[in-house]
Design a protein around this ligand. Structure first.
Ligand SMILES: NC(=O)c1ccc[n+]([C@@H]2O[C@H](COP(=O)([O-])OP(=O)(O)OC[C@H]3O[C@@H](n4cnc5c(N)ncnc54)[C@H](O)[C@@H]3O)[C@@H](O)[C@H]2O)c1
Length: 406
């Protein structure tokens, strides 16, 4: 039996995939409200294919509880935020989960940590905890790090098709865990050591952050001299060895905007490029603010409540708002006493910010400037409705005339 610890964006789909594959799975979360909802068959976030997968897993007997289980296989998928002041990983959730597992696991149990952790975290935080408790690693318990690289919006497909990394102290255990994941994962599964697995995961996200920062820096250069950044990137990418990502209003989510900080926190003297990329991407909501100001000035609009922000989620077609560029933008507006801007996101059904609308047409009726922050399919399907507005399109999805871009 597998006990999956932490039933959020990563833990829940993973638990469901194992259950669908025929494994006996019990999902554990300390959030009793969440567990109650899951027991009632209610999902707390939207994801393509999640409902079907959930139903299949329930048919196969998956159970949800707040209690940790006595077993030989644990998958830990709890949060790993960074500490704002030091930019280092905050390992408290992982440490707490490991400690509770140690209270009841059977001898020889395999602890698979899926949470993203900074390189060296297992050596620094997890091994000492386990040894302090008198357990012998490699005998009483085995440690594995299996970082996850799925993307919200396409998680179920990617769980099945992505390549995976399994870092293990003992290659025999590594192969055993590889066999376990290959119950549902059709991608290549590479077995390596724990430190390499930790570093690889963080490197992947830092790479994307740097590439996006390059595109965002090009936005600023092109804006300064009125050049079309999208056309320039499109043409440059025709070069067989160039692949510039698309610029945007900032970088959000739980991975790309978080993980590079782990490297900056741990190697402050060695991370010039990574730190600069973080700063460029974090500066984009302020760039958007500047563009809103430009449009307001040009059209002599002085009332900020005539500005409507479309999209609270950090990326298209998901309801995940963590670290989202819009939340960063609203925070900066708030700091500059620019209250009253209106907000709408078809995926966010609860009111999480001031002046948030639940109905798209009511929202449109109240505003003159529409700022597209998230490229949900919903807006692409409703371009006809927004044509009369002044539009700042930070995602380059409107190709009609007179649309303002980054
Ligand atoms: N969300 C993503 O797109 C993504 C992608 C790849 C990797 N990751 C990594 O996966 C990990 C989990 O992220 P997430 O997005 O699923 O987080 P999440 O916040 O959605 O879910 C984490 C869950 O863990 C629970 N939890 C916290 N402490 C616990 C404990 N001690 N015991 C049991 N449950 C506990 C919380 O209640 C929560 O439900 C993080 O390290 C993250 O960096 C996330």
């Amino acid at each position: 039996m597998i006990n999956v610890i932490g039933l959020g964006y990563i833990g829940l789909p993973t638990a469901l995939m194992f259950a669908k594959s025929g494994m006996e799975v019990i999902g554990t979360d300390i959030d009793s409200e969440l567990v109650k909802l899951l027991m009632q068959g209610k999902l707390v976030f939207k994801e393509n294919g999640l409902e079907n997968l959930f139903n299949e897993a329930v048919k196969n007997g998956i159970k949800f509880t707040t209690e940790y289980q006595k077993t030989d296989t644990y998958i830990i998928a709890v949060p790993t935020p960074y500490i704002n002041s030091s930019k280092k990983l905050d390992p408290k959730y992982v440490i707490s989960a490991v400690n509770t597992v140690l209270d009841l696991c059977v001898k020889g149990a395999v602890l698979i940590i899926e949470s993203t952790i900074s390189p060296g975290s297992i050596d620094k935080y997890i091994r000492p905890q386990i040894e302090k408790r008198g357990f012998i690693i490699g005998e009483d318990v085995h440690l594995v790090h299996a970082p996850e690289r799925i993307i919200p919006g396409n998680m179920i497909y990617e769980l099945e098709h992505n390549s995976r990394t399994i870092g293990a102290d003992n290659p025999v255990i590594g192969e055993k865990v590889k066999k376990l994941y290959s119950r549902f994962c059709k991608g290549e599964i590479i077995v390596t050591d724990i430190r390499t697995a930790e570093m690889t995961k963080v490197v992947e996200n830092a790479y994307r952050d740097v590439n996006i920062a390059f595109a965002n820096e090009l936005v600023k250069i092109c804006r300064a001299d009125n050049m079309d950044v999208y056309e320039i990137i499109r043409i440059a990418n025709k070069h067989p060895r160039v692949n510039i990502l698309q610029p945007g209003p900032g970088v959000g989510g739980h991975c790309i905007s978080v993980d590079p900080w782990f490297l900056v926190g741990d190697y402050p003297d060695l991370t010039n490029l990574i730190l600069t990329a973080r700063k460029i991407n974090d500066s984009m909501p302020t760039h958007v603010l500047g563009r809103i100001r430009d449009i307001m000035r040009e059209h002599k609009i002085t009332d900020i409540s005539k500005v409507g922000i479309y999209g609270l989620a950090y990326k298209e077609n998901v309801d995940d708002t963590r670290e989202s560029p819009t939340l960063q933008l609203l925070k900066r507006m708030d700091e500059h006493l620019a209250f009253g801007v209106k907000v709408y996101d078809p995926y966010i059904k609860e009111r999480i910010v001031d002046h948030q609308y639940m109905n798209f047409e009511d929202f449109l009726n109240e505003i003159e400037i529409l700022v597209i922050m998230t490229a949900h399919d919903h807006i692409k399907e409703n371009l006809d409705l927004i044509k009369g507005k002044l539009i700042l399109d930070t995602r380059n999805i409107c190709n009609f005339k007179n649309v303002y871009k980054l």
